[in-house]
Design a protein around this ligand. Structure first.
Ligand code: ADP
Ligand code: MG
Length: 221
């Protein structure tokens, strides 16, 4: 099993107040799956994504990824796993603003590999070309449409050849036609054996996945 979550809880503390965001989440995801996690706003989707993506630790429970017990790792170990195994795609694209498409995609290559600057450059160009952006290499994010920015973000997510793509509402800021194109792209990547975990509150977007997990008030339903 690629991912095993067992009784994961997350409680945020704001001053004296405890906010339970996840209340004992248990499920597994196999290698090569395309899963959509669906739920209303505030149901705990982003909290769950942050834990799955090793960006945050749960309050209690066990999370095993690729046979590594994630809940025992320190910050550095989490960062290592994250960079090696997971590509992230966000609703707001999260591109660096005064940085070209090419440089945005090259960025993850600056940690933990032995590629020369020439090789990094070549690899980023290949990835952007694959995503149909060969003629936008030097454009800044503000000079690109929402759909193009999201494709730059997907190129960046793919550049370290992750085994998992985690996408949190990736179509939330693009029009519906562009949203469908992005979902078809994820389907294509999934056919190349990349595990896709997609978070959404839209049914027609979730329908592109092969399995649905519903979350409500921090619990799987
Ligand atoms: N950093 C935080 N501090 C405090 N409460 C938070 C924080 N992040 C999320 N929450 C709360 O946790 C619950 C789940 O939020 P979230 O995971 O963002 O849901 P979703 O992504 O499904 O909209 C909500 O009640 C939200 O207000
Ligand atoms: Mg969210």
């Amino acid at each position: 099993m690629l991912i095993t979550l067992n009784q994961i809880t997350k409680v945020y503390q704001i001053g004296e107040v405890d906010i339970p965001a996840l209340r004992g989440v248990t499920f597994t995801i196999d290698r090569g799956e395309f899963v959509a996690i669906m739920g209303a706003s505030g149901s705990g989707k982003t909290t769950l994504m942050n834990i799955l993506g090793c960006l945050d630790q749960p309050t209690s429970g066990q999370y095993s990824l690729d046979d590594t017990e994630i809940t025992r790792l320190n910050r550095n170990e989490l960062a290592y796993i994250r960079n090696k195994k997971i590509g992230f795609v966000f609703q707001n694209f999260n591109l660096l603003p005064r940085t070209s498409a090419l440089e945005n995609v090259e960025l993850p290559l600056f940690y933990g590999n032995r590629l020369s600057s020439r090789q990094k450059y070549q690899r980023a160009i290949e990835m952007l070309t694959r995503l149909g952006l060969a003629d936008r290499l030097e454009h800044y994010p503000s000079q690109l449409s929402g759909g193009q920015q999201q494709r730059v973000a997907i190129a960046r997510a793919l550049i370290n050849q992750p085994s998992i793509i985690l996408a949190d509402e990736p179509t939330g800021n693009v029009d519906s036609k562009t949203g469908q194109e992005i979902m078809k792209l994820f389907q294509q990547l999934n056919q190349e054996e990349i595990t896709i975990i997609l978070i959404t509150h839209e049914k027609d977007i979730a329908d592109y996945a092969r399995r649905l997990i519903h979350i409500k008030d921090g619990e799987i339903v």
